[in-house]
Design a protein around this ligand. Structure first.
Ligand code: OOG
Ligand code: NI
Length: 472
């Protein structure tokens, strides 16, 4: 197949995901190991489970699927990121406040850029979790540090004018001709490479004492992708295989426990950032070699998206598990991660049903309604799970924390600065999509489509146990 002469947003997105993955693989060898192991896990899972393995995404989609994470400093930088990803058909979805979700010092709020239409997700679901500093938050930054940080951030340019101009053109014109597309992809990939510039040692260390995340964002004049995450169909298998290869993973898989019922939301795990050589400029102007741990590896398994009711049940279950684990740990200091998982499974068993049908009937999970027909038979409606396309604040905080070089310092006696989804939309200069609305819309459209073809009322399709058009 010859290369297209005009690249549409989804083609730019797919090409960018590949380009970033190639760059990351060259620079972070453990990432390549993770990709190899992920491929093996997915191939074995498909062999064992046949067509069922693809219930939550075709193997082609899952194999290409990645999410990345970046961190920026200011609303201006956030709005520029929105333009670059906008060129690739990626829209901001969801608001995450990690300041309170973390016990250590993580002074950021976040959103995720991703495709929002179903066919766009099927073409390439690349997403980027994007965080920005809240420099005004006095629990982390004094007025003096805020002011110096703001002037440092105000003086830097993460993205050059050529990259931004190409991004704007792509968004306005629905893509780019191939030569401009190549330039855009090159500049965009470069913008997320690790800088080789010497790091101002005193400045970096001052910020690091407050928060390793603040130093990573505001201690240097560029940004970088800090992980790129492949998707696997069996994360417990992946975890075991990575450990068998001698790569130390974090203690736990974040998110729901492994259990006998349907997988929901997102399960993630990671390996710790490796020390990478970097040069520093000392206070007397000397250049020295040292290292920083800022790029790590993560892998994830995606499950069924939950409705607001389902999500509330999830959030309550997480709190219940935490409290029970804390009590068990207080009673027995030898309480293990395996015991915590056992406890989590017990909470899960009383919170969630063990079948997809019950998850749908109890209004806990999202399902679309697809027309199908057996050869020669009448058409019927089949219920299909909607895959969760977003992130979890609690897991994200866990991912941040597992990679901090120190806990930093947080002055809990100070008042936090209010930030919410509206504030984020203002910073982005764009509409911020609500993930629940997107799932609801996808379901409503599938229902309307199926009902129209069958010539029935959509409400009859969601009622369980009907003979005509009954979901299976
Ligand atoms: C982002 C951490 C969040 C996830 O998968 O939850 C994240 C970061 O470390 O910048 O990527
Ligand atoms: Ni991640």
């Amino acid at each position: 197949m010859s290369a297209p002469t005009f690249l549409e947003p989804w083609q730019l997105r797919a090409a960018f995901a590949r380009s970033l993955s190639d760059m990351y693989g060259k620079e972070v060898p453990a990432y390549t190991t993770l990709l190899d192991v992920s491929h093996d896990v997915n191939a074995d899972f498909v062999t064992q489970h046949g067509a069922d393995a693809e219930r939550l995404g075709s193997i082609a989609r899952v194999t290409a699927e990645r999410h990345g994470a970046i961190r920026v400093g200011t609303p201006t930088e956030m709005a520029q990121v929105a333009r670059i990803f906008g060129a690739m058909g990626m829209r901001p979805v969801g608001f995450y406040d990690l300041r309170d979700a973390s016990s250590s010092s993580v002074p950021v709020i976040s959103t995720a850029f991703r495709p929002i239409e179903r066919d766009e997700l099927a073409r390439n679901p690349f997403r980027v979790f994007t965080s920005m500093l809240v420099t005004a938050d006095r629990r982390f930054f004094t007025a003096d540090l805020e002011q110096r940080l703001e002037s440092f951030l105000g003086a830097r340019a993460l993205f050059g004018p050529d990259l931004l101009a190409l991004a704007d053109r792509a968004e306005a014109e629905g893509g780019l001709p191939e030569d401009q597309a190549a330039e855009f992809l090159l500049l965009a990939t470069e913008a997320f490479e690790l800088s080789r510039e010497p790091v101002d040692q005193a400045w970096y260390r001052e910020l690091e004492a407050v928060s390793a995340v603040a130093a990573d964002i505001g201690g240097i004049a560029s940004t970088h992708i800090n992980h790129l995450t492949p998707r696997v169909l069996d994360i417990d298998d992946l975890y075991a295989r990575m450990e068998a290869r001698g790569i130390t993973m974090i203690d736990a898989i974040q998110g729901p426990p492994r259990w006998e019922g349907p997988d929901v939301l997102l399960r993630q795990t990671s390996f710790r950032a490796l020390a990478e050589p970097r040069t520093f400029r000392t206070a007397d102007g000397e250049i020295i070699s040292d290292s920083l741990r800022v790029r790590f590896g993560e892998v994830e398994a995606r499950g069924i998206a939950l409705t607001r009711t389902g999500r509330a049940a999830y959030d309550a279950a997480v709190i219940e598990i935490d409290e029970a684990a804390a009590a068990a740990r207080a009673a027995d200091p030898g309480f293990t991660e395996a015991q915590r998982q056992q406890l989590a499974r017990a909470v899960w068993q009383k919170t969630f049903p063990t079948t997809e049908a019950a998850l749908a009937d109890q209004g806990l999970g999202w399902f679309t309604y697809e027309l199908a027909a057996e050869p020669g038979g009448a058409p019927f409606v089949r219920r299909e799970p909607v895959v969760y396309e977003d992130f979890l604040p609690r897991s994200a905080a866990g991912i941040f924390q597992s990679n901090l070089t120190s806990d930093g310092a947080k002055d809990a006696s100070q008042e936090g600065t209010d930030r919410d989804a509206d504030w984020m939309a203002g910073a982005l200069g764009r509409e911020l999509n609500d993930p629940f609305d997107l799932y609801a819309d996808q379901v409503a459209r599938s229902l309307a489509g199926a009902a129209e073809t069958l010539g029935v009322d959509p409400a009859t399709l969601t009622t369980p146990n009907r003979t005509t058009g009954a979901p299976r």
